[in-house]
Write a protein that binds this ligand. Structure first.
Ligand code: SAM
Length: 319
């Protein structure tokens, strides 16, 4: 946390951050709920003058470490949105995913957050895992909606390099029909789908900020920041980061990189893609998809009604 503080001071200068200019904060991980609120105090003290009025301040939390004391401590620091990494309310599935919490702990953590005063409460569910059935997923979704939440993120399990699952690729098993059913089931409970993985009565402004391609300061080992055409990578090796938090690698984003990223982010979300981003040929292709009702167009912006087709549409336009 001391190393992170040093990097944050540096980044606030690099980004020429002005008072009241930071719209959102997102504390992710790793597992933020394993760190005592006391250790976050200096960071919130440093950030306070830069925070815009009404800023959205989210922290992720794991049900087994997000105690009532921890939640209250973060609330008192100014966190006003909590995202619980629940993943499932099924015991066997939690074991399969090597999660350290139980379904009861997950329910208690959400209710504790509500009791403390959090209005913006989200939970994550993972699907497309080995052993998933409609019954299991229906129970996960119904249990989620029995809790005081206003947002759900549902992620298809991906096999990431350098993780234990890398040697168990069979763990990830997607069935697109089941995925479409999950999306409809969550929406049937009144949560709007505003991105391929995100649903809610509330749209997370931090997530939207990424998809609107806004600039963001990224601090901490393994974090990523973006300022105009520069992307910054502090060391993902914890010991190296602690030794020198200002050892930060960077990459320059070419216009083509930015365009591709903005295109698939736009088609994966409710934001759409502005026609000005597309060249003549891509516009012709986009209009073909409009004629085929695979895209809609309004005020020069192309919208994708089926987020599961986002990557195919992006590839089709640029092919
Ligand atoms: C993406 S962030 C959550 C952001 C949060 N949903 C929000 O709206 O603020 C962390 C979540 O990523 C998901 N996740 C982690 N590893 C994953 C993997 N390999 N495949 C799919 N989802 C994963 C887990 O659900 C984890 O709780």
């Amino acid at each position: 946390m001391k190393a992170l503080y040093i990097q944050l001071e540096f980044e606030l200068k690099r980004f020429k951050a002005e008072k009241n200019s930071i719209e959102t904060i997102f504390i992710g991980g790793g597992t933020p709920s394993t760190v005592s609120p006391k250790l976050y105090e200096p960071i919130f003290k440093l950030l306070k003058p830069y925070l815009a009025c009404g800023s959205e301040c989210t922290s992720e939390a794991n049900p087994n470490s997000a105690t009532k004391e921890w939640l209250l401590g973060m609330w008192n620091l100014g966190i006003n949105r909590i995202s619980f990494g629940v993943q499932s309310f099924n015991n066997e599935k939690l074991k399969l995913l090597n999660r350290a919490h139980s379904p009861i702990q997950a329910k208690e953590a959400v209710c504790n957050a509500k009791e403390i005063g959090f209005e913006n409460i989200s939970l994550d569910l993972i699907y497309a895992t080995l052993g998933d059935t409609k019954e299991l997923l229906r129970h996960d979704i119904q249990t989620a909606f029995s809790l005081p939440i206003n947002h759900i993120s549902a992620y298809a399990l991906t096999i990431e390099e350098g993780t234990p699952f890398e040697s168990k690729p069979q763990m990830s098993k997607e069935n697109l029909k089941l995925t479409s059913w999950i999306f409809k089931e969550i929406q049937a409970h009144g949560f709007e789908q505003y991105e391929i993985s995100n649903f809610g009565k509330y749209k997370s402004r931090h997530n939207m900020g990424y998809w609107l391609y806004k600039d963001y300061i990224g601090v901490g080992s393994g974090a990523v920041g973006k300022l105009e055409s520069q992307r910054y990578y502090p060391s993902a090796v914890l010991e190296e980061y602690i030794k020198n938090p200002l050892e930060i690698k960077s990459e320059t984003l070419r216009d083509e990189d930015k365009k591709i990223e903005q295109t698939f982010l736009g088609f994966r979300s409710c934001l759409g893609v502005h026609g000005a981003l597309l060249d003549k040929n891509e516009k012709v292709r986009a209009d073909i998809l409009v004629d085929e009702n695979k895209l809609t167009e309004e005020n020069g912006i192309y919208y994708n009604p089926d987020y599961l087709l986002a990557d195919e549409i992006t590839l089709f336009l640029s092919s």
